[in-house]
Design a protein around this ligand. Structure first.
Ligand SMILES: Nc1ncnc2c1ncn2[C@@H]1O[C@H](COP(=O)(O)OP(=O)(O)OP(=O)(O)O)[C@@H](O)[C@H]1O
Ligand SMILES: [Mg+2]
Length: 234
């Protein structure tokens, strides 16, 4: 039986010959929220992107160690399937600007042949928007471009777009940075309800958020996992 959604052993990573991650080992429990916190430049985003091999798309990246996602070594996954099972949502909301709100959500399921007809697609789009607590705010504006939405709404749109792929793992990179308290609260509520069905790995700078959400808390500094007391001592 699978014990962890993600398990990393002795990950070392270099970009252009400069070491970015040092000997990272960690386990991410299934259907829980694991929070990674730590100073800027510490390697948090790089670590998230390594989990689903998004980092492979960057130039001059080399890494060693073992990463197992959903019971399978990531090197044995087809990277496209891996990135669908473990979806990365970037810190800056990045909806496709020239597509409608509806199309933003529908594109992934269509590309991956996840639905058989328009009716099923409509249902999936609605389901994803409801899960991301955005449906009520956009249901009358589905044909409009995402540019009309606020930053917090756009971030929830990106979470909905990720959810429409029916992932098992959500890799969220600072989902509430630059978002007002009301939207932050909404996103936190979304995450709490989601982890009944999937595993969340969340990067944040916000200690309050970490405390509110984390089933497991990981501190990172200068490319290493550290114990909190060391963070204060340095
Ligand atoms: N594509 C890249 N090319 C070169 N260096 C990179 C690249 N991406 C990240 N780095 C370097 O890797 C280190 C870790 O960056 P990363 O973005 O993972 O940190 P972070 O902890 O997410 O920071 P922040 O909290 O500011 O988002 C930094 O020194 C950064 O300059
Ligand atoms: Mg980052």
């Amino acid at each position: 039986m699978m014990e962890y959604a993600v398990s990393i052993e002795n990950l070392n990573l270099w970009i252009s010959g400069r070491q970015i991650l040092y000997d990272i080992s960690l386990r991410v429990p299934i259907n829980k929220i694991t929070v990674i916190i730590g100073p800027s430049g510490g390697g948090k985003s790089t670590l998230l992107k390594t989990v689903n091999r998004l980092i492979d798309l960057y130039k001059n990246v080399k890494y060693t160690g073992k990463i197992v996602v959903l019971g399978r070594d990531t090197r044995k996954w087809n990277p496209y399937d891996l990135r669908r099972a473990a979806v990365y949502v970037s810190q800056t909301p990045n909806p496709f600007p020239h597509m409608s709100i509806y199309e933003n959500i529908a594109l992934g399921p269509v590309l991956h042949n996840m639905v058989k007809d328009k009716e099923e697609l409509d249902q999936l789009v609605r389901w994803a928007l409801e899960k991301a607590m955005l449906w009520d705010e956009v249901k009358d504006r589905l044909d409009e471009k995402p540019g009309i939405l606020s930053g917090g709404q756009q971030q929830r749109l990106c979470i909905a777009r990720a959810l429409a792929l029916k992932p098992k793992i959500l890799l969220l990179d600072e989902p509430t940075a630059n978002i007002d308290p009301e939207n932050t609260e909404k996103i936190e509520e979304v995450l709490r309800s989601l982890c009944r069905e999937l595993t969340v790995v969340l990067v944040t700078h916000d200690h309050g958020q970490a405390e509110r959400l984390a089933d497991k808390l990981i501190h990172m500094k200068r490319g290493r996992i550290v114990v909190p007391s060391k963070i204060q001592a340095v």
